[in-house]
Write a protein that binds this ligand. Structure first.
Ligand SMILES: CC(C)(COP(=O)(O)OP(=O)(O)OC[C@H]1O[C@@H](n2cnc3c(N)ncnc32)[C@H](O)[C@@H]1OP(=O)(O)O)[C@@H](O)C(=O)NCCC(=O)NCCS
Length: 211
């Protein structure tokens, strides 16, 4: 059976394993250290992060929800392993969109996600269950989009930003995208109607900055 390495042992790693399973891969989890491996009580093979160089025959993804952590792991292992993409078979794509995503690395797309078209997708991005991403948007590296979030057209999401579950980012226009700054967190259920600063937290309807 073909194998895929998944960095992490938490809930997100196990959700990545669900995608691997649907694609016919056997998952090998990667624990940070011996304590994390000992604490892992699910089924599945587990290796240590220090051992990944011995398992270069398989592609890897990073099954960790926080984009900043994915960035660190990706940098640490850029020359050790080959990062692949993990795309659930039920995800759907507009014209040319899947081909674009397949040029990236480390992208995880869960069941039910829908992309329309002309969306720029960065490396090590994570799209959780049933998220929808619309036309002409830009999703930078290490962005996390939580379940049922809805990114409308002409939106630009900065590096390592986190869009909470069920949040809606209203559309921009072709000459002015609605922009979410780098590392910003959008709370679950928020409705964002204007640009959001970097390194901030926004919640509510309409979204207001709390940090
Ligand atoms: C936005 C979020 C990060 C805030 O966490 P926090 O910084 O610890 O903030 P607090 O819990 O201290 O709350 C701060 C204020 O924001 C409000 N608030 C927090 N989350 C909110 C939300 N999602 N919607 C509306 N208001 C929210 C709190 O009620 C509180 O209001 P108050 O100051 O008037 O009392 C968090 O609540 C959230 O929504 N996380 C995303 C969860 C998610 O989607 N996970 C996906 C997993 S796959």
């Amino acid at each position: 059976m073909k194998r895929i390495g998944i960095f992490g042992t938490s809930g997100m790693a196990r959700e990545a394993r669900d995608i691997a399973d649907a694609l016919g891969y056997s998952a090998v989890f990667v624990a940070r250290n011996a304590e994390e491996r000992a604490a892992f009580h699910d089924s599945g093979d587990v290796i240590l992060e220090s051992e990944v160089g011995n398992y270069k025959d398989m592609p890897y993804v990073i099954g960790i929800g926080e984009g900043a952590v994915r960035a660190k792991i990706a940098a640490r292992h850029a020359n050790t392993v080959r990062f692949g993409n993990l795309i659930h078979p039920s995800a759907t794509f507009g014209c040319g969109q899947r081909q674009h995503i397949e040029t990236r690395s480390g992208v995880i797309i869960c069941a039910g996600v829908r992309f329309t078209s002309n969306i720029s997708v960065g490396d090590f991005t994570l799209f959780n269950l049933n998220a929808t991403i619309s036309h002409d948007s830009i999703i930078a590296d290490y962005v996390t989009v939580s379940p049922n979030a809805c990114i409308l057209g002409n939106v630009s999401i900065g590096e390592a930003a986190w869009i909470g579950a069920g949040a809606i980012i209203n559309q921009g226009s072709s000459d002015r995208k609605v922009t979410i700054g780098n590392n910003t967190l959008i709370g679950s259920g928020a409705v964002i109607i204007t640009d959001c600063d970097a390194d901030a937290v926004y919640v509510g309807v309409p979204g207001r900055k709390t940090k």
